[in-house]
Design a binder for this molecule. Structure first.
Ligand code: UT7
Length: 321
């Protein structure tokens, strides 16, 4: 026995930044960004905190699932960096929703929510939890070098959440790492003014080799889709809805092309939000779930790749409580 998705929620910063807005301080254009990535605009944190967004999306998911904070058995937060290094973002969520459950952050970059689903699956299968809250929250705008036009135009901030309950909705899952710690990299603040550490410091912002990531992404997405479908004993064409990580519309198109999947089955919101790292798939899920897109028995396939280089796919049947 594993989990089914019992509720979803999301919360986004109020500030909308269009491609055109970026031209005020960057040598770029809406035409370049849109044709290369499919992004039109993104949300950016101003005076909101990431903790605040995470709590809001968690509360919305709990309400959707009809679950109270005190009834959650495990809280997992997918994030690359919360408002504080310690305590974790998950502890901030626990405090706000009145939960005493174990709470921890998971950093698997853009694949974070899929990693959390698989951890939740293990806790539930081991009899250690029946209700798990997964929250993803990313403040990408705080990690970027806003003078690097090849990277900063791609990302946005936001939070999404899912409540998983014990049930038979998860059909299969795969996770993996193709270790490479250079193509996407952001150093930590450790040793900033330690008198014992005089080694040269890397610039404190995210660096990415876009071309290398692109090649990895197309390959990894295809591989994970094939593998998760094989484990579930179905063909990729039998999946009802694809929820791919929203990094670049060209990556999504290129990785799904060989499966000849109808375009309407592939869900996207990248035009509105850009790449929100771990949060991309959870906001995508929440938006389409609230529109009533998914019917009982539909198969949803989540697939993602990210820094590390991590990748994975999880196949879920909608509504198998
Ligand atoms: O969650 C994981 C996150 N990472 C990704 O998903 C990144 C994957 N990679 C990509 O999405 C693409 O590689 C990019 C969108 C980052 C780049 O697209 P590209 O078609 O591979 O462009 P490019 O890097 O080959 O750059 C082409 C040109 C360069 O100019 P020159 O050297 O040809 O004169 C860049 O300097 O475009 C230039 N350029 C820009 N021009 C206008 C790079 N960024 C910009 C920009 N606006 N924002």
């Amino acid at each position: 026995m594993s989990f089914y998705i019992a509720g979803t929620g999301s919360a986004l910063p109020g500030k909308v930044v269009s491609n055109e807005d970026l031209t005020a301080f960057l040598d770029t254009s809406d035409e370049w960004i849109y044709t290369r990535t499919g992004i039109r605009r993104r949300r950016v944190l101003t005076d909101e905190t990431l903790n605040g967004l995470a709590v809001l999306s968690a509360q919305r998911a709990l309400e959707d699932a009809g679950v109270q904070g005190k009834d959650v058995d495990l809280i997992l937060c997918a994030t690359m960096r919360g408002d504080t290094v310690t305590p974790s973002l998950a502890c901030a969520v626990a405090e706000a929703i009145g939960s005493r459950a174990p709470a921890l952050d998971v950093n698997a970059a853009c694949v974070g929510v899929l990693y959390c689903m698989e951890i939740a699956d293990s806790f539930i299968a081991a009899g250690k939890a029946e209700t798990v809250l997964i929250v993803s929250a990313e403040a990408m705008s705080k990690l970027l070098d806003w003078t690097d036009r090849s990277t900063c135009v791609l990302f946005g901030d936001g939070s999404g959440a899912l409540v998983l309950k014990k049930g038979a909705g998860r059909l299969a899952g795969v996770l993996s790492t193709d270790p490479d710690t250079h193509v996407i990299r952001m150093p930590n603040y450790e040793g900033l003014n330690s008198p014992y550490n005089q080694s040269a410091r890397e610039p404190l912002s995210m660096h990415m080799d876009g071309g290398e990531v692109y090649k990895f992404a197309v390959n990894a997405m295809g591989r994970n889709i094939e593998e998760v479908c094989r484990l579930a004993g179905i063909a990729p064409a039998e999946v009802d809805w694809y929820l791919p990580h929203q990094a670049n519309i060209r990556i999504i198109d290129a990785s799904l092309r060989k499966f000849r999947i109808r375009k309407e089955k592939v869900l996207t919101n990248i035009a509105e939000y850009g790449n929100m790292s771990a949060t991309s798939v959870s906001v995508l899920l929440d938006e389409y779930a609230r529109r009533g897109t998914f019917k009982k028995g539909d198969r949803l396939l989540f697939v993602a790749f990210g820094a590390g280089l991590t990748s994975g796919a999880v196949l879920v049947e909608w509504g198998r409580g």
